[in-house]
Design a protein around this ligand. Structure first.
Ligand SMILES: [Fe+2]
Length: 248
């Protein structure tokens, strides 16, 4: 059993216990529920750069709408669900996503869509930055060569996977505790976290991420996105994954 699997199982146990507690005492949880959105257990993460910092590759208006409306809507929906369902407020986001099957039917889709959206976008803002681009270094570069056929082949495969997403979704790079990498596209706001995998980084290929500047030219967006990828941040996530401290 990997440590991550063990962690996830512990999360499942905590989540399962919380579900049982709520089922047994709904009035107590209702009294303890968080107030209506936007306040609640979930919040928009602070970005370390301004909305216009990724120009010309991602325009300021797209960044503003994407962060303040799309991502904020996922956070508000999660907080709204948490008002009446203490299980959402009690568990970590990573545990919620890893153990969606433990949730009651009426919460599962809400958490899948909005919890997935919150986790995916929180990662997305983190791995981008101004003055970024270039290439990874150190053991991350070595892992890309070992597992993904080298940096140029990896970028081509990642872009192709992003292009093949039909409709809305994401293209991710997953990492396991041994540092092994894989490219993994997923639809909608689904995340590899829902399959008990860790996300090293990923790109948002929903039209809201690029349509104002690139219209239907998703391929151009995918290619341009490398200019804003902050490999130092991704290198830190890679180290955290191997150390067992990477959450979302
Ligand atoms: Fe998005």
């Amino acid at each position: 059993m990997t440590e991550f699997t063990a962690l996830s199982r512990r999360g499942a146990l905590r989540l399962g216990a919380a579900v049982l507690t709520i089922a047994a005492a709904p009035k107590v949880w209702a009294q303890a529920a968080a107030p209506a959105a936007p306040t609640g257990p979930f919040s928009l993460p602070k970005r370390s750069y301004e909305a216009n910092a990724l120009e010309p590759h991602i325009d300021a208006q797209t960044m503003d709408i994407h962060y303040n409306r799309h991502h904020a809507a996922y956070v508000a929906a999660l907080n709204n669900a948490a008002k009446d369902n203490g299980v959402i407020a009690k568990a970590s986001l990573a545990d919620l996503l890893a153990d969606l099957g433990q949730l009651p039917d009426n919460l599962r889709t809400v958490v899948r869509n909005n919890g997935g959206g919150h986790a995916n976008h929180s990662m997305f803002w983190e791995v981008m930055g101004p003055g970024a681009g270039g290439a990874p270094g150190g053991d991350l570069a070595a892992a890309i060569t070992r597992d993904l056929g080298g940096f140029d082949k990896f970028k081509a495969d990642f872009e192709a996977a992003g292009l093949r997403v039909f409709g809305s979704g994401w293209v991710f790079v997953t990492v396991d505790r041994g540092g092994r990498l894989a490219v993994l596209p997923r639809p909608n706001q689904d995340s590899p976290l829902m399959e008990k995998q860790l996300v090293l980084f990923g790109n948002d290929v929903w039209e809201h991420a690029y349509y104002l500047k690139y219209q239907n030219r998703r391929a151009d967006y995918l290619k341009s996105w490398w200019n804003v990828v902050d490999w130092s941040k991704i290198g830190a996530r890679y180290a955290a994954a191997k150390a067992g401290t990477l959450a979302i």
